[in-house]
Design a protein. Structure first.
Lengths: 112, 517
């Protein structure tokens, strides 16, 4: 499992996270988990926004969402106003190889 | 170069070639073409019967010549086969091709053939495709054997070269239908070289009428070998003419391919230079030296031995003509370059020998040897990178429509699920996908007897399986049909080819419970 983490500098209510792993080939990234927390280690106060690790192989909890194919428009995760300073996106390889690409991640929230 | 030095160089090349070709043979996932050959071979192994199918299969030599490898490994069923048992057959023929090169040492010199062997041993293309369980490594070996035998006939050989040429031609015909290209091209190239290279040569047997008997024997040997293989050693005599029935299929596929259509310069670009994702590849050293070797056979200058002029010109004509013909055919797969690329290595050796002979001073000659040695080592480094490190990586230019590791994980998941099912390995699995999206699953699920294959959903028998594999196109319909009764997950089969795995919810829950323990 690999992850990228974004530090917003302070805790904010977050409403949307938009992520692009890849866009030039039909691929599915495995075990995508998107979480928000004020703890940079993500050990406490973690809100899981999206999780499709349905066999819990990443040990971040069993996900209920379905896997999705990467498209040029990216994938929108509804954060529903969850508050936190850090956003972490985890994944575990993809249907073509074992790499975890991130073309772009956008986080939309309200400033203080 | 002394006889001992030449022999040492060839032994070194063979050792390096075998090490590169035989390393970690089981790691790269089985390509769908390999899987198809493997399952076809499994039929021969288990039932002892083989029938040539001209619709979608090449010749039978690969299957029959794999039998000794399976027997040696004590494998008697498809389920018991493994990748190493299969892939060491092309490895063997890849190494045998290297050993053909010293046959040219009397014509080209030991320096030329020694370096040719080293370059062939270390060439990334030769290494990579000698590790695939497909016909190409065998076909390249038989083609080069034919090229050499025809040349020996031209320089005055008697019965021996005719029989060798016949045997090589018979094996090439029984291996792949593109023998219809390379064999005539070799004869044409030989004729061009003969007529242009050595008008002062001694009279040839052709001019004295002494060729009819050995030629007849050579042709008879070729026909007998091809007939034996295609007829499954006379078990099905009617199949001898089957390859001719496949002519229209292969012509149509070659000229108007539904897939595998590539630009005319596909092969040359693949060998000359490619770069992707930070990885760079080139076999330019071999192409450059082969160009020098070809140029020396046509250049005017210090008199070269007639045999050397003939052989280099013959190899150059064969390489050029075969490259043009294969490049002109719209249908291209990268391993198709092997039967003409094999001629580049003796030419490259001859080019290096000519450069060495024309370089004044010991220091400059030493620098030339050092430069080629470094270039050869760099080729070997590329070969290892291609064959082992990036063996299934799309950034590797030799990788083509390769099965991805995700497909192997899907097969492993299916076997894990079967272990949780009351029927065990006899659990029904339905694969609903086009044939192109089914392979290589028959190989990976070979130990499960109740795997069924359908090309479209709808058959109630297919839909009642606890595990269903389907192409991504069928998922909307299956999502609706299965509802909450099945859990789905996705896997890659090849780049841009995705499959969905549907698992009956009860079986999935039992699987998860076991995973949690």
């Amino acid at each position: 499992v690999q992850w990228v983490q974004i530090d917003l500098g302070a805790s904010h209510p977050i409403y949307a996270i938009l992520a692009w792993h890849y866009h030039s080939q039909a691929r599915i990234y495995h075990d995508v988990v998107v979480q928000i927390s004020d703890d940079p280690a993500f050990k406490s106060g973690v809100t899981t926004v999206f999780n499709n690790d349905h066999d819990n192989s990443s040990k971040l909890g069993q996900g209920q969402q379905k896997e999705y194919i990467e498209v040029a428009e990216g994938k929108l995760f509804d954060a529903k106003g969850a508050k936190g300073r850090y956003v972490r996106l985890s994944s575990k390889g993809n249907t073509t190889n074992d790499l975890n690409h991130y073309v772009e991640v956008e986080v939309y929230g309200l400033p203080k | 170069m002394s006889r001992a030095g030449g022999a040492a160089l060839v032994v070194l090349a063979l050792a390096a070639g075998l090490a590169l070709r035989g390393a970690r043979l089981d790691e790269r996932p089985m390509h769908h073409d390999e899987a198809n050959q493997a399952v076809k071979f499994g039929d021969l192994l288990e039932r002892g019967t083989y029938r040539y199918d001209f619709h979608d299969h090449h010749g039978p030599t690969l299957y029959y010549l794999t039998l000794p490898s399976a027997w040696l490994a004590g494998r008697h069923t498809l389920a018991s086969l493994d990748e190493v048992t299969l892939r060491r057959v092309p490895v063997f023929f890849g190494a045998a091709t290297i050993l053909l090169l010293p046959l040219l040492s009397s014509a080209l010199g030991r320096t030329a053939t020694g370096l040719a062997a080293v370059l062939m041993a270390l060439s990334p293309a030769m290494v990579f495709y000698s590790r695939m369980f497909i016909q190409e490594a065998l076909f390249a070996c038989f083609t080069l054997a034919f090229v050499l035998a025809v040349g020996r006939i031209a320089v005055g050989g008697s019965l021996g070269p005719w029989i060798s040429a016949g045997a090589a031609a018979g094996l090439a015909i029984a291996t792949k239908e593109t023998a219809a290209i390379v064999l005539p091209v070799a004869v044409l190239a030989c004729a061009i070289a003969w007529w242009t290279a050595a008008p002062e040569r001694r009279p040839h047997p052709f001019t004295q009428g002494r060729w009819v008997r050995p030629a007849s024997i050579g042709v008879a040997v070729a026909l007998a070998i091809a007939a034996l293989f295609y007829s499954s050693f006379m078990a099905a005599p009617g199949a001898i003419l089957e390859p001719l029935r496949g002519t229209s299929t292969y012509l149509a596929r070659g000229i108007e391919p539904a897939s595998h259509a590539h630009r005319w310069d596909y092969y040359v670009r693949l060998l000359a230079w490619s770069s992707s994702g930070g990885l760079r590849w080139s076999e330019g050293l071999i192409l450059l030296l082969a160009g020098v070797g070809a140029a020396t056979s046509f250049a005017r200058g210090p008199a070269l031995p007639p045999d050397r002029i003939f052989w280099t010109r013959y190899l150059a004509c064969y390489l050029a003509l075969a490259t043009v013909v294969f490049s002109a055919i719209p249908y291209k797969t990268p391993w198709n370059l092997l039967p003409f690329y094999v001629a580049a290595f003796p030419l490259a050796g001859a080019g290096f020998a000519a450069l060495l002979a024309g370089t004044p001073g010991r220091a400059l000659r030493g620098a030339l040897v050092a430069a080629v040695a470094v270039g050869s080592l760099q080729l070997g480094w590329q070969a290892r990178r291609a064959a082992v490190v990036y063996a299934a990586d799309p950034r590797n230019p030799y990788v083509y429509a390769q099965t991805v590791p995700d497909a192997v994980r899907m097969a492993a998941r299916i076997r894990e699920l079967a272990a949780m099912h009351p029927d065990g390995a006899a659990m029904q699995v339905s694969v609903i996908a086009s044939p192109y999206e089914q392979w290589p699953l028959p190989w990976y699920l070979r130990s499960m007897p109740n795997v069924g294959y359908w090309t479209s959903p709808g058959d109630p028998v297919a839909m009642r399986a606890p595990v269903v594999v389907t192409s991504i196109d069928h998922t909307p319909g299956l999502d609706t049909a299965f509802g909450d009764r099945y859990v789905s997950e996705f896997y890659g089969l090849r780049p841009d080819v995705l499959e969905a795995l549907y698992v009956e919810r009860g079986l999935w829950d039992r699987f998860l419970a076991r995973q949690a323990k």
